[in-house]
Design a binder for this molecule. Structure first.
Ligand SMILES: C[S@@+](CC[C@H](N)C(=O)[O-])C[C@H]1O[C@@H](n2cnc3c(N)ncnc32)[C@H](O)[C@@H]1O
Length: 318
């Protein structure tokens, strides 16, 4: 069944970042526009909301939002890292930049797009359907070692080698072209006893995450985007990110912590000689997780983690 995408940690995003009248905000991952709608309402008629998404379906939904809100709006259909680069080139200064990472429920539930292990569909997983690389190429053509590395690194899959070996064996007999065939290979590689030992939900969950990250270059986009987003902020501006797995959250955490750091001298220096000053105030000490009530209402929010920081003004950091 297709569900509407419910924005995750939406109230917390608004409370922490406080979008205000006449501000300029950038939504890097427009999706269904759930967060964008709330932010637009705060910006009011004098504000501006720039929305980015690489999925053409998101652009169609943006048109509906643009007609319904009072603020000025604009859409960039591209990778958000590229979009932030475009905005920087134009000299835009933003008060708020936020990212809600991963894919939307609508993308997951669009069977033909092959994001879900719950439906049998062609192996696709592209957020941008015009992109060349798809899941069929990754699963069908990457060699066994590379697949094992992918499942370990991006899926944190403890049985990465076993699964990669099973895929390599099967595709020598017949190509693996559907999500159902990939799930079958994973299940065959993981006998029930192994599955019980590692637990962790559906046996295909980690592999599907890994393939999707590879197909869409998700971590690369995030690594490129964070410094660009930071540079786009005017003093007092806020950066926020909602992550859905530790590979993303770790990157966001490290990036914000580095900005919030003062002295960067080696720990054995008796006095500070670097003169480095913090650029950021962390708005979240620990990552903010959804409440039990939100998880009950929207189980897909469960792994969401929100982090945010404010860019300090010159006087504040000294
Ligand atoms: C979790 S959904 C966002 C949902 C949205 N916040 C809402 O409330 O409806 C993530 C969206 O970001 C898009 N996306 C993910 N990575 C992207 C990237 N690197 N560049 C552009 N869009 C991206 C996906 O296509 C998807 O529509």
């Amino acid at each position: 069944m297709s569900r509407m995408h419910i924005p995750v940690l939406a109230g917390e995003l608004i409370d922490l970042t406080q979008p205000a009248a006449a501000e300029i905000a950038v939504d890097c991952t427009f999706g269904e526009g759930g967060h964008a709608r709330l932010v637009a309402d705060r910006l009011g008629a004098t504000g501006t909301l720039v929305c980015i998404d690489r999925d053409p379906a998101a652009e169609r939904r943006f048109e509906e939002l643009a007609a319904a809100v009072a603020c000025e709006t604009r859409f960039l259909r591209m990778d958000y890292a590229d979009g932030l680069g475009v905005l920087a080139q134009e000299g835009l200064e933003a008060d708020l930049v936020y990212l809600d990472l991963g894919i939307s429920s609508t993308q997951v539930d669009a069977r033909e797009r092959g994001f879900s292990y719950s439906y049998d569909a062609p192996l696709d997983m592209r957020m941008d359907p015009a992109q060349e690389l798809d899941a069929r190429e990754v699963v069908g053509e990457w060699d066994e070692r590379r697949l094992a590395q992918l499942f370990r690194r991006y899926g944190e899959e403890p049985n990465a080698r076993r699964i990669a070996r099973e895929i390599a064996q099967r595709r020598r007999r017949a190509p693996i072209e559907t999500t159902g065939e990939l799930v079958a290979a994973i299940e065959a590689a993981l006998p029930a006893a192994v599955r019980r030992r590692f637990g962790g939900g559906h046996p295909a969950k980690r592999v599907f995450q890994a393939v999707r990250i590879a197909v869409n270059g998700e971590l690369d986009s995030l690594d490129r985007a964070l410094p660009l987003a930071w540079e786009l902020l005017r003093p007092g501006g806020r950066l926020a990110a909602i992550s859905f797995h530790s590979l993303e959250d770790r990157r966001v955490k490290r990036f914000l912590a580095q900005r919030a750091r003062g002295c960067v001298c080696p720990p054995d220096f008796p006095v500070c000689v670097c003169g480095h000053e913090p650029e950021a105030e962390l708005l979240t000490g620990r990552a903010v997780a959804p409440t039990p009530g939100e998880v009950a209402h929207n189980p897909r929010s469960k792994s969401g983690r929100l982090r945010a920081a404010r860019r300090l003004t010159a006087g504040e950091s000294g």
